[in-house]
Ligand binder design. Structure first.
Ligand SMILES: [Cu+2]
Length: 314
C-alpha cells in the first residue's frame, strides 16, 4: 500500500514534525488569545459605555513587551526550522547517489551502474542523495512521508538527501505546477531491505526477460519508463500529443515551417519525431511541448518502441 503518513519513515520526520507542531502550537495559542481579547474589547469599550474615545499616548513598558515577546517567539520558530533545514543541506559523504530527472511529465531515476527506473528504489537505512535535474520547466520533488521537498530549476544543480528508516512504498510527486499533465508526475519510492535492493540493483536480466515476451512488450516498457504514455494515448484519445493508436504506417498531416504536408508514418518518421520533435508538428498540436529524447533513447530502444507501435495498428 502506498502511503504518505508514517511517523518514522525517514531521519527527517522527527525534527520536521517537531517544528511543525511548535509553530502550530504558537499560532493556535494566538488565534484563541487574540479572538478572546477582540471579543472582550468589543464589549468592554463599546460606544454606550465609552461615548468619548480616550486617547492613550506612548508606553515604554508596552513597547518593550511587544517587541521582546514576539522576537522570542519567532526565534523559537526559527530555531526549530533551522534545526530541520540545516542537516538537509549537508548530505553525508557515504551517500548512495541517484540522479533524479524531472521533465514534462515524468520522473526518471538513474543509478550509478546505468540502471534507470520510473519509481525510486532505495535500500533501507542507507543515506541516499538525489542529484536533481529539471530538463524543461521548474518541477519540485516531494516525498511527504520522508518530509522532504526540493524545487528543481532547469540549469541549476541541486540535491536532496534522506535515510529511509522503514520498509514500504511511499508517494513521490511533483509539487510545482508544471503544465497540463502535472498530475501525471506521481510515482513512488520503494524502500527495500539491503539484500533485496542489491539483488535488484545488480540484476540486469529484466530487460532480457521482457525481450522474449510477446511482441512489443519491451517497447511498451521503454515507452512507459520514459513517460511517453503520459502525453500519447494508445486508445485514440487526444492528449497533449497525438495518439499512438493507428499511428504506424498511417498518413500524417504535418506542419513544417508553416507549410502543411502529408507523410506516411514509417520508421524513419518515428525516429525523427522522437529525436527532433519540434521540426515537424502534427496538425492540431502545439510546438515546444516535447523535448528531444536523443540522450534518453538509443536507436535500439526506438526500434523496440516501433515494434510496440505496430501492435497498435489494429
Ligand atoms: Cu513537475
Amino acid at each position: 500500500m502506498i502511503t504518505c503518513n508514517i511517523s518514522d519513515a525517514s531521519n527527517f520526520v522527527d525534527i520536521v514534525d517537531t517544528s511543525f507542531y511548535v509553530i502550530l502550537g504558537i499560532i493556535s495559542f494566538f488565534l484563541v488569545a487574540i479572538t478572546f481579547v477582540l471579543i472582550l474589547f468589543v464589549f468592554k469599550y463599546r460606544k454606550t459605555r465609552n461615548p468619548k474615545a480616550t486617547q492613550i499616548k506612548g508606553s515604554v513598558i508596552l513597547e518593550i513587551i511587544w517587541t521582546i515577546i514576539p522576537l522570542a517567539l519567532v526565534m523559537v520558530m526559527f530555531y526549530y526550522g533551522w534545526m530541520g533545514y540545516r542537516p538537509m543541506k549537508d548530505a553525508p559523504d557515504d551517500s548512495f547517489n541517484i540522479e533524479a530527472v524531472g521533465r514534462m511529465w515524468s520522473w526518471k531515476f538513474n543509478y550509478p551502474n546505468g540502471k534507470s527506473t520510473d519509481t525510486l528504489l532505495v535500500p533501507l537505512n542507507r543515506n541516499i542523495k538525489l542529484d536533481l535535474k529539471a530538463l524543461d520547466v521548474i518541477h519540485s520533488l516531494y516525498i511527504p512521508a520522508f518530509r522532504i521537498k526540493q524545487d528543481m530549476v532547469p540549469g541549476k544543480t541541486d540535491f536532496m538527501w534522506f535515510r529511509p528508516s522503514r520498509k514500504g512504498d511511499y508517494e513521490l510527486f511533483c509539487t510545482e505546477y508544471c503544465g497540463l499533465r502535472h498530475s501525471s508526475m506521481l510515482t513512488s519510492v520503494k524502500v527495500l531491505d539491503s539484500a533485496d535492493f542489491y539483488n535488484w540493483y545488480v540484476d540486469t536480466t529484466a530487460v532480457r526477460i521482457a525481450k522474449s515476451d510477446k511482441p512489443g512488450a519491451l517497447g511498451f516498457q521503454i515507452a512507459k519508463k520514459n513517460g511517453c504514455l503520459v502525453c500519447h494515448s494508445v486508445d485514440g484519445s487526444k492528449l497533449v500529443g497525438p495518439s499512438w493508436k493507428g499511428l504506424y504506417g498511417g498518413n500524417r498531416k504535418l506542419k513544417v515551417k508553416g507549410k502543411k504536408i502529408e507523410q506516411i508514418a514509417d520508421s524513419a518518421y518515428i525516429v525523427k519525431s522522437i529525436y527532433y520533435p519540434n521540426d515537424e508538428i502534427v496538425d492540431g498540436y502545439s510546438k515546444g511541448l516535447m523535448l528531444s529524447y536523443k540522450n534518453e533513447l538509443k536507436p535500439e530502444d526506438i526500434s523496440e518502441i516501433i515494434k510496440y507501435l505496430k501492435t497498435l495498428t489494429d
